[in-house]
Structures are given as C-alpha cells and as structure tokens.
Write a protein that binds this ligand. Sequence first.
Ligand code: F6P
Length: 555
Amino acid sequence: MSRLTLTTRASAHAQGLTDRPAWKALEAHCATTHDLHLRQMFAEDTLRGERLHAEAAGLYLDYSKQRVTDETLRLLRELADACGLNERIAAMFRGDRINTTEQRAALHVALRAPMDEHILIDDKNVVSDVHAVLDRMAAFCERVRSGAWTGHSGKRIRNVINIGIGGSDLGPVMADEAMRHYSRRDMTFRFVSNVDSTDFVEAVHDLKPDETLFVICSKTFTTQETLTNAQSARAWCLHTLGDERAVAKHFVAVSTNAAEVIKFGIDADNMFGFWDWVGGRYSMDSVIGLSTMLAIGPENFRAMLAGFHAMDEHFRTASPEQNLPVLMGLLAIWNANFLGAATVAVLPYDQYLKRFPAYLQQLAMESNGKHVSLNGMRVDYETGPIYWGEPGTNGQHSFYQLIHQGTHLIPCDFIGFCETLNPLGGQHDLLMANLFAQSEALAFGKTAAEVKAEGMPTALVSHRTFEGNRPSNTLLAERLTPHTLGALVALYEHSVFVQGVIWDIDSFDQWGVELGKALATRIAGEIADSGDPELRHDGSTNTLIRRYRRLRHHA
Ligand code: F6P
C-alpha cells in the first residue's frame, strides 16, 4: 500500500472503513436482504410510498423505491455516526480547513449566508466580504442590463460571452439553461470553454465586437484553455475596434488571482474577486455566476442564493432521518458499496435542466473520484460512482432499455416539477406521466407470469419480462424557480460531501487532473518546435505525435 505524507491532520477514520462494525453489519444485512424485491417491500408495507420521503426547501424526495428496509436505513445512519458525519458537517460550516491536501476551507455555504451571519476564517468574517462583492456584482449587472454600461464605441452591450472551463463554465452554462425563463431575451448569452478553436469561432460568428462583453472566469487565471480563448477574444475584439482601450469596456475578469488578471491586461477595476475557500465546482453561486446575474438580474440571483441557503440550513440542522442530503448521500453509499452499482443516472424531466447531468458530473466525479483516503492509504472499497444522464423523455428512447433490462444495476434520480413554465395543451401531464411510469416500471417490472397471462408466445416470455427491483429516487418540486434551482444544487453538493465523509476522502481537491495538464504543456512545446525534437514518451505517444506533426496543416 502506498502512503502519501501529509502535514495535515490524521484521518478521523483511525479504523479502516471496511473494518468498522457498522460497515460489517451492513454487509451482513445486505447478504440477507439482497433478494428482497421492491414488489414484496411495498406489498408488506402499504404505507411505504408515503412513509419513505423527506421534504425541505421546496423539494420533496421520495426514496421508497430504493432497495432499503428500515433496518438498512438504521444501519446506514449508524455508519454515518461511526464516520463522524455530524462533526464533519459542523467543521465545514465552521470554516475548518477540511480540504486537507490543499489546507483550505470548503466554505461555499458562506456564499449564500445572509448578511447578518458571521463565519470566520482566520478571525475575519467572510460573510461581509461576500455581500460586498454581491453588491458590486449587482451594481455592474444593473449598468449592463440598463444600457448605462456601453462598449468602446458607445453602443449598449447585447451579447455576453463567458470564457471559462470546468467549474468556471459548467455551473454558469447549466444555470443559463435552467433559468432561461427568467432571463433577458433581448440579450445573447454564450459560453466558450474548449481550447478547440471551433468553440470560440462558432460562439462569435454572428456577433459584433462593439456590442459584446467577455467575462473571463478563472479562479486561478492560469488555466491554459481559458487564457488561450481569452487571447483569441481580445484579438477578435481589437481587430474590429482597433484600440487597446476597448479592452476596459469589453472585458471583465472573475478570479482570485489579481496579479495574473492585471498581467493579462484587464484593469483591476474590471475584476471581481473571490476566495481560495470556494472550490471551482462549488462556485456557481459566487461571482463565477456573473453571467447568470447578468441574465436573470440581481433579484433573481439573490432568490437563487436564498434557495441554496434554505438547503444549507436544512442540512445543518435536520435530523438524519429527515435530512435530504444525508439520506441521498447514504442511499448512494448503499447502492455503490453494497448493491454494487457503479453509476448513477440523473434524469431531469424538465428541458431547462438539460445541462444538469453535465454539471453534476464535475461536482460528483471531480469531488469523489479519489483512490486514497485522507491519510493517504489506498482504499479497499469503491468510491465515487459515474454520473451521467439526459433529460426525460429523450433518454427513454435511447438508453433506458439498458436500465430496464440490462445486466448493470443503475440507480436513477428522477427530477420533476408539478407545474411547467411553458404550459402547452396537456404536454406537461404527459411528461410527468412518463416520469412516474418509468420509476414504477423500474421498481416493479413485469413478471413472467404476467407476460404469459397476456398470451405472449413462450419463446418471447423471457424477452418481455422486466425483473424490476431497480432503485430510484424521485425529486419533486412545485416549479422551477431560482430558489428551487439553488436548493437543488445545494442538495447535490451536500450529498456529494456526505459520500466523501463516509469514504474518508478529500472531496475538495482534484490532483487527478494535474498529470494530463503537465504532459499537454510538454507536448505542446514539442509540437510547436520547428526542429525535430527528441520525443521521450512511450512508443504509442511518440508515434502519434510524429504522425500528427507530419500530417497537420498550419493555418
Ligand atoms: O479541471 C481542473 C480545474 O482546476 C477544475 O477544478 C476547475 O473548475 C477548472 O480546472 C477551472 O479552473 P480555473 O477556474 O482556475 O480556470
């Protein structure tokens, strides 16, 4: 086993997770209940569908279609206690440096704390800093939205392009889609993330530089993709506007790194700052959400923050039995570690949430894709599952076949709303009928006897049988509002944290992205070298680079 030497605190898990009595009790319980079918569980407890639910911040969670008994839930709570979940939650809210490998707090909850709260880091109340930045953002957004902020040639800003990647892109992109109903329709919002030049070129192809504002979002302001696209944006702008001074009117930066922002040529007055205790994938409610606030306005943005905060308070104070993020986190542990599910499908039945699964991929997989525990030992259990998904009903005509009848167990999160923002005939009822039908079919299936009773030819009976017993959560809310979106995102943020606590990993670092970045920088140099540099990679990589150098066409 490999050990990473850290000067940080030792793991709270003195005992290995899988050696814990609570873990062993869950293993034994799983062995005895493994074959229990949801059909039987519902038949034996007619109130199950009403009983196994929890509700907070406008979200109703039905987890009765998970393969759990009351005993499973009790044992999972026992595991959470044994892993010190309550203390870890308190530590996060206190601003302790729970991101141990980077020695940082993970204090995204401070981003949505009301003004009168006090959260201290190094004896400084960060909540007042947060509100000062929010006020600056709001003032700026009002100026742009009202037309008071004009471009270099005096025209009002009609287009906003967010340039960023990872947490500086996925949250803003998701929110742009999710909040479109509340957005300014006379303004265009686009997002450039990929270093593939096509992304930038397509984003600006029909836009005029004198009406375009670029928001360069990068926590570090050293990210290769973002800085490269920002340089292209600058060149595109100046090509038409022809005056360096135009940068001040067409570029703003969102970053924690003032020195690099100034080095890039963006005036400090045009920079919105944040703090190292905001993780990239936990930052859509910080100033990284500037494009969101430009689109929906300060009032709606604050309503979204209130939704986040309502879920934070619920997470901090509710009992484990009623606590949505705790329940969802523990159910995810049960599915991943005891029922052996390697993935989770996130299935929003709302077109506005079409980028929600992509957003969750970074949140969950960059957070919990770790193979060593806090004390640096390789873990002997599975950690973060693979998140994926598409909006319903599109997924039904694509991959649901595998969820229903494939050999993999795929727990699903269904997300739906009682009211649509775009009523059109009976379409919303039809959409929701599909959501309810899918979770019902997955849970209860259709037995061979039922298929036979329908008169199916014997040869087809096994093909037409649905085993069922496929677990799902259903999240229902009244309607998709800024408040609901905030609550939904906070729910997943905290559920991911709960899982990380049980797995005893650092959910707030991301060292796994470093090796690829370093190699890409080295290879970029080798590709740019006009000589014939000696390549010292493996045989495959050397051959591919040589072939690329031979066949590429320079622009
Ligand atoms: O992919 C690694 C990562 O560091 C993410 O965690 C982060 O969200 C993204 O890159 C972008 O980083 P930055 O905001 O510093 O440009």
